[in-house]
Design a protein around this ligand. Structure first.
Ligand SMILES: Cc1ncc(COP(=O)(O)O)c(C=O)c1O
Length: 377
């Protein structure tokens, strides 16, 4: 059967956007989650300093400086040792998420199934489809944790890869360190590789809204494990496209070779900027505080419109449903659009979450204030 790409989730928001755009003062876009705060000065300095030298092709796997910065950051933030040679640069991580199943399936053609959380970033499923593989969602429990006991043995036997995503987009749930290790061990026992998308690691918060230690699947050892990291949210660099994958020596080497043939090169000035970003933690602390502050202000305002957050305390996403379970995600999105707020209906994240909406707190402080004034009217 010919592959027909489904409509891109956010492109389905046209009618909701139109309602919001008609509100005097304009729409507040909390749907995509695109960063709005400034890039750190260290990043901008490194970017411009490296621009003139970008006459030649950059290394696909990433410069030594970039890969060392990534390895040092993993050691510093997670306490896990990774060699710079076990890091490969990505042009942002969406392209890696979308292309990894294909690359891995060429390496292990006997397995045809990709496991991913049933409530999740849609690109995990899309990566499987683009590779011609079977996407199989893994149920999540009420707390947003993967329930691997529910994977049918037949699906597990056919599985090539298990995606983890902690903290989770969209739910904000995060695995415990023990839960993370157990998930990796479950996969290893079945010969399944693990790709752990940890792009929100720096936005791990405790239930009081304080930054908390992040978890990584690499704490279970790197054998069969790839940790996927992005600078998009950590350092407000989404427009520069910088990320990396780190972990299993053989897998990372394989991906480096495949990507070299595909010409998947992160521009050299971006590599320099990303290395500078990874070496600096001060700006991350500021961003963590911004999102915690915005959450504390925005959540009560949204609750006043009959919504409850039943996700976890991490990330900068609110995962809301109707307090009476009377409306689905699209109905909630339409109501919020009458206040100018555009949010993402839960079915963007799978058929298991149609009663929710995701609100991205990627709004400026002024916009958050406006959101509160309008929500309370
Ligand atoms: C869970 C998750 N993984 C990966 C990405 C890709 O981010 P980027 O391509 O900017 O690194 C996103 C972006 O929103 C995401 O939410």
């Amino acid at each position: 059967m010919a592959f027909v790409p489904p409509p891109y989730p956010h492109d389905r928001l046209g009618p909701v956007r139109a309602i919001a755009a008609a509100v005097p003062g304009g729409l507040l876009d909390a749907s995509v989650g695109t960063p709005v705060d400034p890039m750190p000065a260290v990043v901008l300095d490194a970017l411009s300093a490296a621009a003139a030298g970008a006459t030649g092709y950059p290394a696909t796997i990433g410069s030594v400086t970039f890969r060392e910065a990534a390895a040092n950051w993993i050691e510093r933030r997670f306490g896990c040792a990774v060699a710079p040679d076990d890091v490969v640069a990505c042009i942002g991580t969406k392209e890696l998420v979308a292309s990894l199943p294909r690359a891995l399936s060429l390496r292990s053609p006997s397995r045809d199934t990709i496991l991913y959380p049933a409530v999740a970033y849609p690109t995990y499923e899309m990566g499987a489809l683009l590779a011609g593989l079977r996407p199989v969602p893994v149920p999540v429990d009420d707390e947003g944790h993967l329930d691997l006991n529910q994977v049918a043995p037949g699906d597990a036997e056919r599985s090539l890869l298990l995606w983890l995503n902690d903290p989770s987009n969209p739910t904000g749930a995060v695995a415990s360190p023990k839960g993370m290790v157990q998930a990796v061990e479950w996969a290893r026992a079945r010969g399944i590789l693990v790709a752990s998308d940890e792009c929100y690691a720096e936005f791990t918060y405790d239930t009081d809204g304080r930054p908390a230690p992040p978890v990584t699947a690499l704490s279970a050892g790197s054998d069969g494990v790839l940790a996927v990291h992005s600078l998009s949210k950590r350092s407000n660099m989404a427009g520069l496209r910088a990320g990396f994958v780190a972990g299993d020596h053989d897998l990372v080497g394989y991906l480096g070779e495949v990507r070299k043939h595909g010409g998947l090169m992160m521009p050299a000035p971006v590599q320099a900027a990303a290395a500078a970003a990874l070496d600096d933690d001060a700006h991350v602390g500021e961003q963590q505080d911004r999102y915690a502050r915005r959450r504390a202000i925005a959540l009560p305002a949204l609750e006043s419109r009959g919504l409850v957050h039943d996700g976890g305390s991490s990330t900068f996403y609110l995962w809301l449903r109707d307090a009476e379970c009377a409306r689905d995600g699209w109905a909630i999105a339409e109501d919020l659009a009458t206040t100018g707020l555009v949010v993402a209906p839960g079915d963007f994240y799978g058929s298991a979450s149609t009663d929710h909406v995701r609100v991205a707190l990627t709004l400026t402080d002024e916009q958050i204030q406006l959101l509160c004034e309008r929500a309370n009217k």
